[in-house]
Design a protein around this ligand. Structure first.
Ligand code: F0G
Length: 472
């Protein structure tokens, strides 16, 4: 069953459902540029094998005036219609839309907060510093924004099974959306390399969960072969519908900033779908006159999973330099990112940077974001660690406006958080000695006798020490 922009949509037969705009999307190969109305199950170009992206001439049509779009999207925030309650489908004029509203699988995703970060502002010296917290989505990560669109098209095409390879968040999200859409889900995850919290979500949402004795890259390879052999619909970010949904992060962010573009958006990089989606949205927004200029989109990776950093430094972005990935930020433990070419294009188009940060820098930044009272998972914390580096390199200047994209919720990786605060995180690693410098950021639990005296004494001791004096 190929995914397609159907003839129904092409002929505009939408009479009974006026809330869905006409969809005339096509698949375009990012390599050879060929455009087709449908895509095969592996979502690769039948001519050259490269990845596909979705394009729709109607997005550029004169009927879409920027001011009118902004006003429609804002008005929908006070509507109780199911599609309007989703922070993704609220922006449906710039999305591929299904034939019928009945196909839409939604959990009211999107609508995530944009927080100020007063303490991190003080630490970095950047007064206009914000976090777009995608960890506040229904399953706790940014994946939900893309999953609602891709699961909708899986349901429309009549698939019984959907499948993904994952470092944890995609599988949690896919399992939830499959369950809501009445589909079965198959999850392929690297054994022992994803957090229990994410794994437990997939189990609870009813996925058939396979822990494979390989890494994420091995799981993804196997999935690509599987979709050519079995009628399962792949929901990795190779699926371009996912990236269309993830574009709405940028649309919503700009709306929250009253359409004044920030100078920088900083995002973690793993399989590189999210940076590609955000970049695509920024370019489309500029094209449509929704924003007057482009923010610089920068990607930050863990030092141990730095394929994009090396691809740009060692190969000028022309060929992928894969790595054997290793990092405690398991969400981005990826050595062979599928969307590297898309990411290179948007980095170059927006003038963004690509940097890497160490395990210690990630752990410190995560504790600092936690101390803001919002928290995030380790992979998201690379953004703050990366910002500090980009400030030292004068790529970001303190007077600029910066948005960090926090991709996952604090509760996604409790093991990391507990080990950090107990001081065990770097036990048995080469970083053990250096990690003593993180002592002021730790807040380990204290075991006491259940007496008032013991509690008061502990309170007094805590008052004497001021553990929140951080330096960059
Ligand atoms: N942050 C989190 C929390 C993630 O889960 C991921 C990717 C990323 C960042 C990187 O985003 O891959 O679009 O560059 N997680 C995927 C998964 C791979 O399977 O959950 P990316």
């Amino acid at each position: 069953m190929p995914s397609s922009a159907t003839s129904d949509q092409g002929s505009g037969k939408q009479g009974s459902e006026p809330s869905l705009p006409l969809s005339t999307f096509r698949f375009r190969c990012i390599g050879c540029g060929s455009v087709t109305p449908s895509a095969a199950q592996d979502f690769r170009c039948s001519e050259c094998g490269n990845l596909l992206e979705i394009t729709d001439p109607s997005w550029k049509s004169t009927s879409l005036h920027a001011a009118a779009l902004k006003s429609i999207w804002r008005d929908r925030r006070s509507s109780n219609l199911p599609l309007d309650l989703s922070g993704v489908w609220r922006f449906r004029e710039l999305l591929p839309v299904p034939q019928s509203e009945q196909h839409v699988v939604t959990l009211r995703e999107g609508n995530t907060p944009l927080y100020e970060l007063p303490q991190s502002s003080r630490i970095t010296g950047v007064p206009r510093l914000y976090a777009k917290h995608q960890g506040m989505n229904p399953t706790g990560s940014f994946k939900d924004a893309g999953m609602t669109v891709a699961a909708t098209f899986a349901r429309q095409a009549g698939y019984r099974w959907v499948a993904c390879a994952s470092t944890g968040n995609t599988s949690a999200s896919m399992a939830a959306y499959a369950a809501r859409g009445g589909m079965r889900s198959l999850v392929l995850v690297p054994e022992g390399k994803i957090s229990w919290s994410k794994l437990s979500q997939a189990l609870d949402y009813g996925a058939l969960t396979c822990q494979l004795r390989t890494d994420f890259d091995g799981c993804l390879r196997l999935l690509q072969e599987l979709v050519r052999r079995a009628p399962v619909y792949q929901l990795n970010s190779i699926n371009p519908f996912r990236l269309e949904g993830q574009k709405t992060l940028a649309l919503e962010l700009l709306e929250q900033l009253d359409w004044h573009p920030p100078d920088h958006i900083i995002v973690p990089g793993g399989n590189l779908g999210n940076s590609s989606a955000i970049g695509k949205a920024l370019l489309e927004m500029l094209d449509l006159g929704l924003i007057p200029r482009l923010p610089k989109l920068s990607v930050i990776q863990a030092e141990g999973a730095n394929a994009l950093v090396r691809t740009l430094r060692e190969a000028g972005g022309k060929r992928l330099v894969s790595v054997q990935a290793e990092t405690r930020a398991t969400a981005i433990r990826i050595g062979n990112p599928a969307s590297w070419e898309k990411a290179v294009k948007v980095l170059q188009a927006t003038g963004g940077a690509c940097e890497q940060v160490s395990e210690l820098e990630i752990a410190q930044a995560k504790a600092e974001i936690g101390a803001e009272g919002i928290g995030c998972e380790p992979a998201s914390a690379v953004t703050l660690a990366g910002l500090k580096k980009l400030l030292r390199q004068h790529f970001v200047r303190w007077e600029e406006t910066v948005v960090l994209v926090l991709t996952g919720n604090l509760l996604k990786d409790p093991d990391f958080t507990m080990e950090f605060h107990r001081g065990d995180l770097f036990q048995g690693t080469a970083h053990k000695r250096e990690s003593d410098s993180l002592m002021p950021f730790r807040h380990p639990p204290v075991v006491l006798d259940a007496t008032l005296d013991a509690v008061i004494k502990t309170l007094e001791q805590a008052e004497k020490s001021d553990p929140t004096h951080f330096d960059v």
